[in-house]
Write a protein that binds this ligand. Structure first.
Ligand SMILES: *[C@@H]1O[C@H](CO)[C@@H](O)[C@H](O)[C@H]1NC(C)=O
Ligand SMILES: *[C@@H]1O[C@H](CO)[C@@H](O)[C@H](O)[C@H]1NC(C)=O
Ligand SMILES: *[C@@H]1O[C@H](CO)[C@@H](O)[C@H](O)[C@H]1NC(C)=O
Ligand SMILES: *[C@@H]1O[C@H](CO)[C@@H](O)[C@H](O)[C@H]1NC(C)=O
Ligand SMILES: *[C@@H]1O[C@H](CO)[C@@H](O)[C@H](O)[C@H]1NC(C)=O
Ligand SMILES: *[C@@H]1O[C@H](CO)[C@@H](O)[C@H](O)[C@H]1NC(C)=O
Ligand SMILES: *[C@@H]1O[C@H](CO)[C@@H](O)[C@H](O)[C@H]1NC(C)=O
Ligand SMILES: *[C@@H]1O[C@H](CO)[C@@H](O)[C@H](O)[C@H]1NC(C)=O
Ligand SMILES: *[C@@H]1O[C@H](CO)[C@@H](O)[C@H](O)[C@H]1NC(C)=O
Length: 540
């Protein structure tokens, strides 16, 4: 168990000292905690459900929606847990929690959500509180993983697009100050996927909310992303369709063939394509010879479908709607089956049923006309694709973005596209963007976590089995503490050291580690050294 990150990390320890006002609660943390519920109800639009002291190691039973998949969460710090209801309009509101650790570092952290979900990500609250942040999370304005709550409820959709996070921050900062008797020193955000989009929404539209933002696999151009996910069904169809490809074929045939063609490009055959931009995959190699009939090859129709999966999506005018799927992620079972379910991916189904059209719409027949309509609708600017983030830069904000290069749910190529769009819009080359925005490409990582690559770099505890060890908080290898160091000490991360644990279980030891480079630099093998150690690679 990691007791206190910044005491351990040493250099950041001074921030723990001399926080004014904390004496009041240190005399009796438990009673101060019990009192905070009634005091918090004085905050505008806020009603507290409860507040209670929770000791480290408690296995909390949670009252979250069953579809959130979080019936319980173990705590990693002594803390005060506060649960609140904040109304955002006469037809909407958020449920939020603040986890206020005894060992507060003075820092504030807001956490994000995923998919279309209205789910507090408790594991992120536990992680943030463990690291000494006063940590908040909200349900994004509705309960459960479905998007059904958006239907004919624009105020609920508005919460999802931006208001939940922003409200959570305003109320969360106020409670933090009320509880500890002093305002926070620095304010941070961490989220992935929809959470990555929420981070960029804050950067673009609420630049004062955070000093530092950690944004993973950002679901930018959200409507187009929904259409792109829906389009895989247009391409592949139902299991009886000639273009359908089975899971076995994706994993055993196509993924293996992609590795055969592209794994060696980076000089190391390790199942990881370091830079998928260099992989010009040719599925024709898998085409059945005339007359042959085997599951070990693909028909011309299937080959064409594979080509389309790995091609960009264009609108009716020939403009790019969404970037291509990058080769490499097609073997991963961590994400819902997006190719093989025989229907549009659930996110796309929900988006078209509950936001673009209505529940009776046959969303198995969507085409480019529908996708264009969805793009044009862009409710509350969910696209989150503003290239001018100068207000965030001007207030000394810092963004660390990251994206798994084997992510099949959100294309990492689209994150590059956004980075380059910011560059052109602001007239700043990458060397200048480096002052406040750094994008790290995480090779071999699936969606937000997991995969064959060195994917653990402190972005959260998801996908990790067992204990987090002290050295995992070193800013050289932890994106969140790296962000803190960048904001507070001006030391920017040049690389993020990722670790692959044996079976993704830290107690089983390290399988290999690799430094991930910031875009547009590319991780390059020196050709001779042990490829499982970071020293054999450099960013070029
Ligand atoms: C809080 O920090 C102190 C050292 O300052 C440490 O002794 C204690 O174990 C920590 N407690 C928790 C719950 O993290
Ligand atoms: C702290 O407050 C709690 C709850 O009000 C009470 O039960 C406990 O006895 C107090 N502890 C001390 C040391 O005063
Ligand atoms: C926490 O409790 C739940 C049941 O409420 C149980 O399924 C889970 O395994 C427990 N977690 C730990 C780490 O003990
Ligand atoms: C959402 O869940 C919370 C508990 O986490 C509950 O208090 C609230 O009533 C639920 N809201 C709806 C609309 O079901
Ligand atoms: C939250 O507060 C609003 C406004 O006071 C109220 O209408 C709603 O019922 C409350 N929700 C819950 C789950 O208590
Ligand atoms: C409180 O809720 C009302 C709508 O119910 C909203 O207009 C107002 O902005 C909210 N206030 C704050 C501080 O969020
Ligand atoms: C291939 O063989 C299977 C089983 O023998 C048969 O069902 C299928 O129709 C054949 N496909 C082609 C394209 O000949
Ligand atoms: C999409 O389908 C609708 C209704 O079936 C049709 O009117 C429209 O022309 C189609 N658009 C394209 C681009 O095929
Ligand atoms: C975590 O670490 C503690 C103390 O070192 C140990 O007792 C426990 O078994 C570990 N848990 C896991 C899941 O590795």
């Amino acid at each position: 168990m990691l007791q206190n990150l910044f005491l351990v990390a040493g250099t950041l320890a001074p921030l723990l000292q001399g926080l004014p006002g904390t004496d009041a609660i240190s005399t009796n943390f438990t009673s101060a905690c019990e009192d905070i519920a009634s005091r918090a109800s004085s905050i505008h639009n806020t009603t507290a459900f409860f507040s209670s002291f929770v000791p480290v190691g408690t296995n909390l039973t949670l009252d979250s929606d069953p579809t959130c998949g979080t019936p319980s969460q173990v705590t990693f710090s002594d803390m005060c847990r506060v649960a609140l209801n904040v109304s955002t309009s006469d037809q909407s509101g958020i449920i939020m929690e603040a986890w206020l650790p005894t060992n507060w570092t003075g820092r504030f952290l807001s956490t994000g959500n995923g998919g279309l979900a209205g789910c507090i990500q408790y594991i992120d609250l536990a992680y943030g509180a463990e690291l000494g942040f006063a940590t908040v999370g909200a349900n994004n304005g509705h309960n459960g993983s479905s998007g059904e709550a958006f239907y004919e409820h624009p105020e609920v959709l508005k919460d999802f697009v931006y208001r939940s996070v922003h409200t959570n921050v305003i109320v969360g900062k106020e409670i933090t100050k009320m509880f500890y008797g002093a305002p926070h020193t620095f304010s941070y955000y961490s989220g992935c996927s929809t959470g990555g989009r929420q981070g960029f929404k804050s950067v673009q539209d609420f630049p004062e909310d955070f000093d530092g933002v950690l944004a993973g696999a950002p679901a930018l151009r959200f409507s187009n992303l929904m259409s792109w996910l829906g389009r895989f069904f247009n391409i592949l169809g139902t299991p009886d369709s000639p273009s359908f490809i089975t899971t076995d074929q994706w994993v055993g045939l196509i993924h293996e063939n992609i590795l055969k063609q592209c794994d060696k490009i980076d000089g190391v055959e390790d199942g990881i394509i370091e830079d998928p931009n260099l992989c010009d995959y040719k599925p024709e190699e898998l085409m059945c010879s005339p007359g042959s009939n085997s599951s070990d090859c693909l028909t011309p129709t299937q080959v064409d479908a594979v080509r389309q999966v790995f091609s960009p999506m264009y609108d009716l005018n020939g403009n790019l709607m969404y970037s291509k799927q990058q080769p490499g992620g097609e073997n991963i079972a961590l994400v819902p089956p997006i190719y093989t379910s025989g229907q549009p991916v659930v996110f796309a189904l929900d988006w078209f049923h509950y936001v673009v059209y209505n529940p009776s719409k046959d969303v198995t027949k969507l085409n480019l006309t529908d996708y264009q309509l969805a793009e044009d609708l862009n409710p509350f600017n969910i696209a989150t694709f503003e290239g001018d983030i100068s207000a965030f830069k001007a207030r000394n904000g810092r963004v660390i973005a990251y994206h798994g290069q084997a992510d099949m749910l959100v294309s990492p190529a689209d994150t590059e596209l956004y980075y380059n769009y910011v560059s052109r819009t602001m007239g700043l080359p990458p060397t200048e963007l480096d002052d406040f925005l750094r994008y790290f490409r995480i090779s071999g990582m699936s969606h937000c976590f997991g995969g064959d690559g060195a994917w653990e770099f402190g972005q959260g505890l998801e996908g990790l089995v067992g204990n987090f060890s002290t050295e995992m908080l070193d800013p050289e290898r932890n994106a969140l503490t790296a962000l803190v160091r960048w904001v507070e000490e001006g030391i920017a991360p040049d690389t993020l050291l990722g670790t692959k644990y044996v079976n993704d279980t830290p107690s089983l030891g390290v399988e290999f580690s690799r430094k991930h480079c910031r875009y547009p630099l590319r991780n390059t093998y020196d050709g001779v050294g042990d490829s499982s150690i970071p020293e054999s690679w450099s960013c070029q």
